[in-house]
Design a protein around this ligand. Structure first.
Ligand SMILES: CC(C)(COP(=O)(O)OP(=O)(O)OC[C@H]1O[C@@H](n2cnc3c(N)ncnc32)[C@H](O)[C@@H]1OP(=O)(O)O)[C@@H](O)C(=O)NCCC(=O)NCCS
Length: 203
């Protein structure tokens, strides 16, 4: 059987934390999404973390306290994005039309792609489909990893550099490869770091 049909951890459901949500496909983009994407693109090019966060909130983005959203990030449909306290979003690409919920103290490294959109390849009209993505508290999405539509990354899980995640990731597992498979386990402990505390000048 093809690897594409095998869950990252067969039979297990990634829950944990308080960010779990029902998966509902959305079938249309909206003019609000287009507008907020355009405005967020320009905000994302401004120097000054506090200024960017202030402006993101003014356009209706839900961003918790003590967060970093790095300059140069791409946020598609940012009105559908929610970021919990203490989280760090690097220079990544987040396509949020289907809804992206990022928990607390999450780290999303540079180059990561979080994409809620796909096409029905068997639809004559190449229909666009959207499914929500949840990234739970303390998870780390490492450099250049790709998280596909409908995936939940469980609490404390690690998505290794360059992984392509097609199925839910179990809390505190480490997954890597394409399609991503479990390559290790992360120790459950009281973490002492806050990703959003990392904001050197000119970030
Ligand atoms: C998750 C990560 C930290 C694991 O590193 P590690 O604990 O040092 O793991 P190891 O190098 O000991 O490798 C353990 C096993 O996993 C495999 N592995 C490690 N990284 C992998 C990856 N990205 N994809 C697939 N397999 C990987 C190794 O080949 C090894 O397999 P083996 O036991 O069969 O030889 C690392 O893969 C990673 O993603 N680093 C992220 C870099 C990054 O994003 N930096 C940004 C800083 S903000």
């Amino acid at each position: 059987m093809s690897d594409m049909n095998t869950p990252v951890d067969a039979g297990a459901k990634a829950t944990g934390g308080d960010v779990a949500q029902t998966k509902v496909s959305r079938t249309r983009n909206t003019s609000r999404s287009y507008f907020s994407t355009k405005v967020a693109y320009n905000i994302g090019r401004l120097h000054g973390l506090k200024l960017r966060i202030f402006l993101y909130r003014r356009i209706g983005m839900k961003i918790g306290s003590n967060c970093v959203v790095r300059r140069g990030v791409y946020l598609g449909s940012p009105n559908e994005l929610e970021i919990g306290d203490g989280s760090f979003i690097g220079r990544a690409n987040l396509y949020c039309t289907g809804g992206v919920k990022i928990g607390k103290n999450v780290n999303i490294s540079d180059g990561a792609v979080i994409i809620t959109a796909k096409h029905d390849v068997n639809s004559p009209a190449f229909e666009a489909l959207y499914e929500p993505i949840v990234i739970d508290d303390w998870a780390w999405i490492a450099t250049n990893a790709i998280v596909l539509a409908g995936v939940t990354v469980g609490e404390g899980a690690v998505v290794a550099a360059g992984a392509v995640v097609t199925r839910d990731v179990v809390p505190y597992s480490i997954v890597g490869g394409n399609p991503a498979k479990v390559i290790g386990e992360r120790k459950r402990q009281g973490f002492t770091y806050v990703p959003g505390d990392y904001h050197p000048p000119l970030l």
